[in-house]
Design a protein around this ligand. Structure first.
Ligand SMILES: NC(=O)c1ccc[n+]([C@@H]2O[C@H](COP(=O)([O-])OP(=O)(O)OC[C@H]3O[C@@H](n4cnc5c(N)ncnc54)[C@H](O)[C@@H]3O)[C@@H](O)[C@H]2O)c1
Ligand SMILES: CC(C)[C@H](C(=O)O)[C@@H](O)C(=O)O
Ligand SMILES: [Mg+2]
Length: 371
């Protein structure tokens, strides 16, 4: 099969983690005789530097002509430390989500048994964590009016949702729940916010079409706590844009590192695949960032291409690598490996060169590459 993939590295560690995902995709292409054609586009601070804009038209064109987009990260301390900047890297990612109508941001969270002892959370709480967050991605407070008045003394960020925006992601989340453990938590702040009450009303209506799925409501503040004390209770979490952003980073702590989490953003046509994490600028260029979130995002892209066997192979390669102790510094601060080494091991596994090729002696050899 032939697929066109727009590749947007963005900023910080975006390039180095995405390069590992491309290694995995290239290995898959070789094994299954697919052709993946990549075309690069600019977004974020790299695009501002090159063109003055966070999302140049050319990038939108490249994305729209592709079957999917593989994205790294945006963000740069030059802008983070300058709240007065009017043009910002993050505007690029928000604009492309809107442009491609990516309303459904799917963020799976799965714990790895072999890494549980390295998680900052107590072991008993993280065994068998396997849930997925459905985060609404193209509306809510992110896309409401943002302005200041009163001579800069008052700031406004307006949160708006309509029934259509809630219904379309609710249907996606319910369909997924039907294929999983048939439990769906709607996370909101309906005790305070009008938009949350609209979410409850609309999702309750949608739920009538999915009578086999158990619908529960949970307030966001409680959900933030429940994720830490009992994450195993969740199957599908459905929530609005801002709450989903926050809960998904929190979920990174459950699995052991934010660097492990992938995401797919879907809408009407083009799929957009990016790790949950950001630009982690302090690590940029050091070959120490965790590439697994990006590689698993590539696996989600393969699922989107209707290549389930290929996606499974990538996931198996990731599991083998993590279970064998090949991890980056965020997971194990004592025995850790370079970003590129993890990418090589994963693509070797896909190519069938592993585990035979990795005998004890060259594991030791690779350990000597520790920084
Ligand atoms: N989707 C995105 O592109 C995205 C997401 C979040 C933040 N950002 C941007 O990134 C910049 C930095 O933001 P931040 O520090 O709040 O968030 P971040 O996700 O970049 O990093 C937060 C922390 O998570 C850990 N981490 C993140 N990714 C990792 C990886 N691959 N491997 C190992 N550890 C990893 C690091 O400890 C890091 O300090 C900001 O400019 C922000 O706006 C972009
Ligand atoms: C960079 C930022 C705009 C973005 C968001 O808030 O959606 C990020 O945190 C994410 O989770 O993808
Ligand atoms: Mg985020």
């Amino acid at each position: 099969m032939k697929k066109k993939i727009a590749v947007i590295y963005g900023d910080g560690i975006g390039r180095e983690v995405t390069e590992q995902a491309i290694k995995a995709l290239d290995a898959v292409a070789e094994v299954y005789n697919h052709t993946f054609i990549y075309e690069r586009g600019l977004l974020g601070a790299e695009a501002i530097d090159a063109t003055g804009e966070p999302l140049p038209h050319k990038t939108i064109d490249i994305a729209k002509k592709s079957d999917a987009v593989l994205f790294g990260a945006v963000g740069d301390p030059r802008f983070d430390n300058n709240p007065a900047a009017k043009v910002r890297p993050e505007q690029g990612i928000l604009a492309i989500r809107k442009e491609l109508e990516l309303y459904s941001n799917i963020r799976p969270v799965v714990s790895y048994k072999s890494l549980n002892h390295l998680s900052p959370l107590k072991l008993r709480n993280i065994e068998q964590v396997d849930f997925v967050i459905y985060r609404e991605l193209s509306s809510g407070i992110y896309f409401g009016e943002h302005y200041t008045n009163n001579n800069g003394g008052t700031a406004h960020d307006v949160c708006t949702y309509n029934v259509h925006e809630i219904e379309r992601i609710a249907h996606s989340a319910f369909r997924t729940a039907q294929q999983r453990h048939k439990k769906l938590h709607l996370v909101d702040k309906a005790n305070v916010m009008e938009t949350s009450r609209l979410w409850r009303k609309t999702v309750t209506e949608v739920a009538r079409q999915y009578s086999d799925v158990e619908l529960k409501f949970m307030y966001i503040d409680n959900a933030a706590m429940q994720l830490i004390i009992n994450p195993g209770q969740f199957d599908v979490i459905l929530t609005e844009n801002l709450f989903g952003d926050i809960l998904s980073d929190e979920s990174g702590a459950i699995t052991g590192s934010l660097g492990l989490l992938p995401s797919a953003s879907l809408g009407s046509k083009i799929g957009f695949f990016e790790p949950v994490h950001g630009a982690f600028n302090e690590a940029a260029g050091k070959d120490i960032a965790n590439p697994v979130g990006s590689i698993l995002s590539a696996a989600m892209m393969l699922e989107f291409f209707n290549m389930p066997e290929e996606a499974d192979l990538v996931k198996q390669a990731v599991s083998w690598t993590l279970n064998s102790g090949f991890v980056t510094r965020d997971i194990d601060s004592v025995n850790y490996y370079y970003t590129s080494t993890i990418g090589d091991l994963i693509s070797d596994f896909i190519l069938g060169k592993i585990p035979d090729a990795v005998n004890k002696s060259n594991i030791e050899l690779m350990k000597s590459t520790i920084i």
